[in-house]
Design a protein around this ligand. Structure first.
Ligand SMILES: Cc1ncc(COP(=O)(O)O)c(C=O)c1O
Length: 383
């Protein structure tokens, strides 16, 4: 029985074959730094790095490759944004569905005098956008949302929030961990000031790399979280003022850059629209099948509208952790059980502290995978 991988919200698997091949090519055949040497291999590495920034610009409707900051991952990008932009006395608003990559730095900041509020969401995790305006304060410096929940797959109405923020001149940022590469996303159209993305989920790249896209005027308000050598303005002991160098100290993850660039080339060929259509078709199949299974509750939207392919299931009267373990042991189906680093999302959805069994889809999943999962869920919910 081949393994069915349904944990793509954690990290996508498998990767397009070119990803590993290009990473190996860098390690075995290139091996040069960027921004430091002028020899040919170093220039090649610089070109690939620039191509990565350009591909991200094209994918996310963003104008300036110099403001695509390569990060060690999405959690780092979100920390750079929150800890770098907010000062004591500031107020920030987030949704009630955030991941701990946002809530832990915010809790840290709260001890330093930064206040935060959670915008309420309904029982399916949908942001109540009408609640935003009355919650804004004169000192609100940022509105930040998980674009889609990593627990329920609920996608927020970012366009509506972008409108509200733009009208008030408040920077608006998205954590696109669960939407980047899964659904079309346009930085400019959504009136964003910042967008944080990981390489290793829907963008099909390797782990340990991500990007933070910053609108130039907003970037000026952010203090670098980490500083060090950049290979530029080396006569100065101060941090360069220009981007991306200002926010990219130290030698970057070059195997990751090569791998991610290859992943984006693949994704451009496939197109995000085709990925989204595939995701919707498999989601419809899963949702349709689940409706016929007694003894299992779907947490979150039960239609393909306003969601991505991340599904939380609860098996009332049973131990969800045991269900996830049996899915692997008896059916070779890999899922994830628990709170998924988002305790308040579970409070919102009514599944705290019990947690859920999460099934999350990716480009390489097939209809046969969904059918296998449905058969297994049917058997376990009955047994
Ligand atoms: C909504 C959301 N935000 C942030 C993160 C953190 O991303 P990473 O672990 O890639 O840094 C995740 C990861 O699952 C996520 O789902």
């Amino acid at each position: 029985m081949h393994t069915v991988y349904l944990d793509n919200a954690a990290t996508s698997f498998p990767k397009p074959p070119a990803v590993g091949a290009r990473m190996r090519e860098y390690v075995d055949e290139v091996g040069a730094p960027v921004n430091r040497g002028s020899y040919q291999a170093a220039q090649q590495a610089e070109l690939v790095t620039l191509r990565l920034r350009q591909r991200l610009c094209a994918l996310f409707g963003f104008a300036d490759p110099s403001h695509v900051i390569l990060t060690p991952g999405n959690t780092w990008g979100l920390n750079m944004l929150l800890l770098g932009a907010l000062r004591p006395g500031d107020h920030v608003m987030v949704s009630a569905m955030e991941h701990n990559a946002v809530m832990r730095p915010l809790t840290q900041l709260a001890r330093r005098g930064v206040a935060f509020d959670r915008i309420p969401c309904d029982a399916e995790g949908r942001l109540q956008t009408g609640r935003i305006e009355p919650m804004l304060r004169p000192n609100t410096r940022l509105v930040l949302l998980a674009h889609a929940s990593n627990v329920s797959g609920t996608v927020q109405d970012a366009a509506a929030v972008g409108e509200i923020c733009a009208a008030r001149g408040i920077p608006f940022a998205l954590d696109a961990a669960q939407t980047a590469g899964h659904i079309p996303l346009d930085f400019t159209a959504l009136q964003l000031s910042a967008l944080s993305i990981p390489a290793h989920k829907g963008l099909m790249g390797p782990q340990g790399i991500g990007a933070l896209l910053l609108r130039p005027d907003f970037a000026k308000t952010i203090e670098p979280l980490v500083s060090g050598g950049t290979g530029s303005v080396s006569d100065s002991e101060d941090i360069p003022r220009y981007l991306p160098d200002r926010f990219e100290p130290g030698t970057p993850n070059l195997p990751g850059i090569y791998g991610w660039e290859a992943a984006l080339e693949y994704l451009e060929g496939v197109t995000v629209e085709a990925v989204a259509a595939h995701d919707r078709a498999l989601s419809a199949r899963l949702l349709g099948g689940l409706r016929d299974v007694p003894g299992v509750s779907l947490i979150g939207p039960d239609t393909t509208e306003g969601r991505v392919g991340v599904f939380s299931l609860d098996f009332p009267g049973k131990d969800n952790a045991e269900i996830a373990a049996r899915l692997e042991e008896e059916f070779s189906i890999l899922t994830r059980c628990g709170l998924h680093c988002a305790p308040n999302a579970h409070r919102t959805l009514g599944t705290f502290p019990r947690g859920t069994v999460r099934l999350s889809l990716g480009w390489f999943n097939t209809e046969a995978d969904i059918d296998r999962a449905l058969q297994a869920i049917k058997a376990l919910s009955a047994g």
